[in-house]
Design a protein around this ligand. Sequence first.
Ligand code: PMV
Length: 332
Amino acid sequence: MTDAAQMIFDRLLPPPGPPQAAQARAPGNIALAKYWGKRDPALNLPCNSSLSVSLRDWGSITRVAPAPDRQDAVWLNGERLPGTSPFAMKALAFAGRFRRGLDAPLHIRTTNTIPTAAGLASSASGFAALTKALCAAFGADLDPAGQSQLARIGSGSACRSLWHGFVRWDRGRAPDGADSHGYPLPDIWPGFRIAVIPVDIGPKAHPSRAGMNRTVATSPLYASWPERAEADCADVRAAIEARDLRTLGETAEANALAMHATMLAARPALIYLKPQTWVVLETLWRARADGLVAYATMDAGANVKLIFLENAARDVQAAFPPARVIAPFDPP
Ligand code: PMV
């Protein structure tokens, strides 16, 4: 059987040769206009474009090196994982796409710099850092757009983690996904802030891949999503250009809630939000009625991320003491 994903690696990478040790880092990202639903599950081609902001120094650092003991092995945050761990299996399967049958056992060491207590999934930064490290290890001199196409196959949202700042992922049209990758937006918005309000820091209840596929296959509300999401993505883009936090925030919040509505209507329902998520949202909506200019977004998990400007940071922190505030455009 032809493996369509492998054909992309074969097209973009040079013939496999012995790997060198290499290290790379990549930031996490939060989508302000969400990716939800694949038109091609094997290639992770989305039904709609999305737009994110990267989380500066919250991300992953990955080191890949030839295994001195000639055994594949994976470490996460300093701990050697059993070969049966889903993380290790995914990382090694992805490395296999670079090795293409070459006998080159690897040691892969990933450290997440996203605080565990923030409860953010790190598959985006993890696959982006792994892609960069494997490209360097196998001597693949790809531009970031090429690396983004490979990272996308590891995890869709990873294709936006090749850059800092605002990043758009065009849905693209090409059947092989050659035009479906991230690219950075030129906008620098120093006062832009994002805060994570941790609600649930445990592992995801349902992996997003299975959740997305179930929503597309069974949710009667999904039919309305791709067109609306595409329009939201354009509106978020325009609001960033105009430095219009209100329009950006209103669009991002409505976009996230619409995404969760498609999941709620899936059969059986897919529910990532927890009672505490709604408590945070109601606190936010009350504070907003009292003048706070801040907006919420939620991904495939219960945690809430708030979007606001620097001048609201003190009020956000007062309303939400556990908030961890990130300044995406501060110098490293
Ligand atoms: O990259 P994945 O397959 O984990 O999907 C991520 C989907 C969302 O986080 C819910 C939205 C997004 O655009 O990041």
